[in-house]
Design a protein around this ligand. Structure first.
Ligand code: MTE
Length: 318
C-alpha cells in the first residue's frame, strides 16, 4: 500500500508509486514467471499437501453472490499480494512460504462468555465451509475476483457468545519477526490489526476465509485464516489471524496507526471519495489491462448500505 511513511527517507521512491501504474503481464514475465503454470505456484500446491483439512475442499458454492465480471486467474492473484509482513513488493509469494500454518491456534477473548483458544482445523470443522465468489477492491485502485472458501463471520460470533452490548471485533495477525522480515522494521505498528463493528461482523457478507480456488488458502493470501468484507477496501481483510477480541474500544488498524489522514476505520468503497493522493473513481481489473468504473460499496450496497444510516458524520469512505 501506499503511505507517506513517517520515515520517508528510509523508503525508496519507487515504493510510493501506485501499483496499478506498473502491473502488467510484461513485468511478470520479466520477473521470470511463466503464466499458466498454476500447479507450480508456491503456496498453491503446498497449501494442499499435508493439510489436515484438505478433505473439506472444495466446498459447495453458495450461489447467492454473483459477479459482474470473470474470476481472476489464480496464477495472477497468487503472485500479486499485499502482505507487508513479508515485504512491501507485490511478489512476496515465495517469502510468505516461510510462515508455518500448523499448528495454528486462534485466541478468542475479550467481552465473551468464556475466552477460549481453538485450532484452525477444529474451527473449520465446527463452522462448515462454503464457497463464495466475491470481488476485492484494493484502496490502491485495482481489483480482482476470487472464489473464496470459508464461513460467515456471524457463525464465529455465535460460537464466541459475546456479552450483550459489545460493539467491536478486533483481529490481529501473528507476530514473529524471525519468520516475517517485514516485522523486523520496528517503526511499523506490528502486529497488523483490523476491526469491524458488531453489526458488520453479523452482516451476511462478512466472510472468514480459509481457502480459495477450491483449496486451502495459500500462504500469500493469509493462510490459514483471514477476513474478507467485499464492500470495504482490501486492507480491512486482515491475514493470518491469531487473535480475535470482542471489545467496546474501536480498534485502531495498522494503516490508521501509520497514516490516519489517509486510512480510517470504516474504509467503505466509494468512487466519489478520492484518496487524498489519487482518485477512487475507477479500478484496474487485474489480469485484463482494463480500467472500469468503481461501484459504491463495491457493488454490495443492497446488503450493507443500511448499516451506515445515522453514521453520516463518520468518515465512512476512508
Ligand atoms: N493483512 C496483513 N496481515 N498484512 C498485510 O500487509 N494487506 C492488506 C490485506 N490484509 C495485509 C493484510 C491489503 S492492503 C490488501 S489489498 C489485501 O490484504 C490483499 O489480499 P491478497 O494479497 O490476498 O490479494
Amino acid at each position: 500500500m501506499n503511505v507517506i511513511h513517517r520515515r520517508g527517507w528510509e523508503i525508496p521512491e519507487r515504493e510510493a508509486t501506485p501499483e496499478h501504474l506498473f502491473f502488467d503481464r510484461r513485468n511478470l514475465l520479466k520477473a521470470g514467471l511463466a503464466l499458466g503454470a498454476g500447479s507450480m505456484l508456491p503456496g498453491v500446491a503446498a497449501a494442499q499437501a499435508d493439510n489436515p483439512s484438505a478433505a473439506l475442499f472444495p466446498a459447495k458454492r453458495n450461489e447467492t453472490y454473483t459477479l459482474d465480471r470473470p474470476l481472476t486467474a489464480e496464477d495472477i492473484t497468487s503472485r500479486y499480494n499485499n502482505f507487508y509482513e513479508f515485504g512491501q513488493a507485490k511478489n512476496i509469494y515465495q517469502a510468505a512460504q516461510r510462515l508455518e500454518t500448523r499448528p495454528w491456534v486462534i485466541k478468542i477473548d475479550g467481552m465473551i462468555e468464556k475466552p477460549f483458544e481453538i485450532g484452525i482445523d477444529d474451527l473449520m470443522a465446527k463452522m462448515g465451509l462454503e464457497e463464495r465468489l466475491y470481488r476485492l477492491r484494493c484502496v490502491e485502485a485495482w481489483s480482482m475476483t476470487i472464489p473464496w472458501t470459508g464461513f460467515p463471520m456471524k457463525k464465529l460470533v455465535e460460537l464466541a457468545k459475546p456479552q450483550s452490548g459489545v460493539q467491536y471485533l478486533r483481529m490481529e495477525t501473528f507476530l514473529d519477526p524471525k519468520v516475517a522480515p517485514g516485522q523486523r522494521q520496528v517503526w511499523y505498528p506490528w502486529p497488523y490489526v483490523e476491526g469491524v463493528t458488531m453489526a458488520e461482523a453479523m452482516n451476511e457478507l462478512t466472510f472468514v476465509v480459509t481457502g480459495a480456488y477450491g483449496k486451502p488458502l495459500a500462504k500469500q493470501h493469509g493462510a490459514p485464516i483471514r477476513l474478507h468484507s467485499p464492500w470495504k477496501y482490501g486492507f480491512k481483510g486482515v491475514k493470518s489471524i491469531k487473535r480475535i477480541t470482542f471489545t467496546n474500544e474501536r480498534p485502531k488498524s495498522y494503516w490508521e496507526a501509520l497514516q490516519a489522514s489517509e486510512y480510517g476505520f470504516w474504509a467503505n468503497v466509494n468512487p466519489e471519495v478520492a484518496h487524498p493522493r489519487w482518485s477512487q473513481a475507477t479500478e484496474e481489473v487485474l489480469g485484463t489491462g482494463n480500467r472500469v468504473p468503481t461501484l459504491k460499496w463495491n457493488g454490495y450496497g443492497e446488503y450493507v448500505a443500511d448499516m451506515y444510516k445515522g453514521l453520516e458524520k463518520e468518515k465512512l469512505y476512508m
